[in-house]
Design a protein around this ligand. Structure first.
Ligand SMILES: *Cc1c(COP(=O)(O)O)cnc(C)c1O
Length: 395
């Protein structure tokens, strides 16, 4: 049976834990999405923008120097080469076209680092939609460059002053806006999280990553890979890579979470590795909460992985053993960042730098020359400020 089931569950994970007023909107969205999925003209339109505007297909690049260095055969799926610099545009293009289809003139989004906010503001500008992006006040200060980008693109950036003033609170506020303005507004969620149908829909939009990679590796190597490796924040770039290989049981999936500064609560964002089952932002999944059920603060050097929840399908993959989840800490992520920069001349975003570092650990455990695809989810330009300040360099 293909998952999620009709109620939006992945064997118990997922669902729709939302206020009554949103149930209708979620049902409308699901109906529209299912119709669009089978509508040839919608698919052609999406393919057109993915190709001509975003830059797909992205290369599957054989990373010759890193491969030699580690004794693996490593291919990089180059999502960093896409317009706006990361995989997020795959999803925002799909959802913006859905908003047009539903005749909703306004879109909203939540953002942490600002990457999803920028990808949403970009497609809103492209399609002439009004756009508001919710962002925690602390993140607005930390990510001022992306705030400026969104404003240049014509979006309104709404500061969120409550709670921890970060992504989790921005998501809560965006849900609140949606409840109020549901007749005119589509909420573009940025990862495979939130209530059904979002985890399924975002997975499908991001599956272009794995579908392309599968064809490309068969062409280049004449066989399927041994390992797929990707970083996991909410879980969309990893799920996008993994999902088209789901039935290829010999292909092993490895998701890499942010180990942050340490194992104590508040020091990391290792939701699947250390979290418990609970409900956050409309879905049942793994999350980081304390003994009283309060969401714990999180930390990661990469803002894109700094989220206390994760998509329900990952919780299902973990439970069933289809994927393995590991952590890489801040310091090692920086090593991964430098390793790829120096060996291949490719500066990765700090999020996939976690996955790059994991290749080092993997290479010590697996057969020599194992075939690996790594999802290079984004480029490093946005992280220059963070990396240089950690290194004590003033720009
Ligand atoms: C947002 C982001 C992530 C984390 O989000 P997922 O939904 O887990 O993919 C990873 N890499 C980059 C470059 C991002 O911008």
């Amino acid at each position: 049976m293909s998952l999620p089931d009709k109620t939006g569950h992945f064997d118990g994970f997922g669902g729709k834990y939302v206020p009554e007023t949103l149930i209708c909107a979620l049902e409308e969205l699901e109906k529209e999405y299912c119709a669009a999925k089978h509508d040839l003209s919608f698919r052609r339109q999406l393919d057109f923008y993915l190709r001509e505007y975003a830059g797909r297909p992205t290369p599957l690049y054989f990373s010759q120097n890193l491969s030699k260095h580690l004794g693996l055969r490593i291919y990089l799926k180059r999502e960093d080469l896409l317009h706006t610099g990361a995989h997020k545009i795959n999803n925002t293009l799909g959802q913006a076209l859905l908003a047009l289809r539903m005749k909703k003139p306004r879109v909203i989004a939540e953002t942490g680092a600002g990457q999803h906010g920028v990808a949403t503001a970009t497609v809103a500008a492209l399609f002439g939609l009004k756009c508001a992006v919710y962002m925690g006040e602390d993140d607005i200060v930390r990510q001022s460059l992306n705030v400026y980008r969104m404003k240049l693109l014509g979006a309104e950036v709404v500061p969120v002053k409550c709670g921890s003033k970060t992504l989790k609170d921005a998501t809560t506020e965006a849900l609140r806006d949606w409840v109020t303005n549901v007749s005119t507004t589509h909420y573009i969620i940025g990862s495979v999280v939130g209530p059904h149908p979002y985890p399924m829909m975002v997975r499908d939009f991001q599956s272009v990553i794995g579908a392309e990679a599968r064809k490309q590796i068969l062409k280049k190597e004449g066989r399927l890979p041994d390992y797929l490796v990707a970083c996991v924040g909410g879980g969309s770039n990893s799920m996008g890579l993994f999902h088209p290989f789901y039935n290829d049981k010999k292909v092993k999936f490895i998701g890499v979470e942010a180990g942050g500064k340490g194992r104590r609560p508040g020091e990391h964002a290792a939701t699947l590795v250390t979290g418990k089952i609970g409900v956050l932002h409309g879905a049942k999944s793994n999350l980081l909460e304390d003994a009283f059920g309060q969401i714990e603060p999180t930390h990661s050097i990469s803002a894109g992985l700094d989220y206390p929840g994760v998509g329900p399908e990952h919780a299902y993959y973990k439970l069933t053993g289809r994927a393995t989840y590991v952590t890489v800490n801040d310091r090692h992520a920086l090593e991964g960042f430098k390793l790829l920069s120096e060996t291949e001349g490719i500066i990765p975003a700090l999020e996939p730098a976690h996955a790059v570092y994991h290749l080092l650990e993997l290479s010590r455990k697996v057969k020599k020359n194992s075939l690996v695809i790594l999802c290079l989810s984004g480029r490093g330009d946005k992280d220059m400020g963070i990396v240089s300040s950690v290194e004590g360099v003033r720009l």
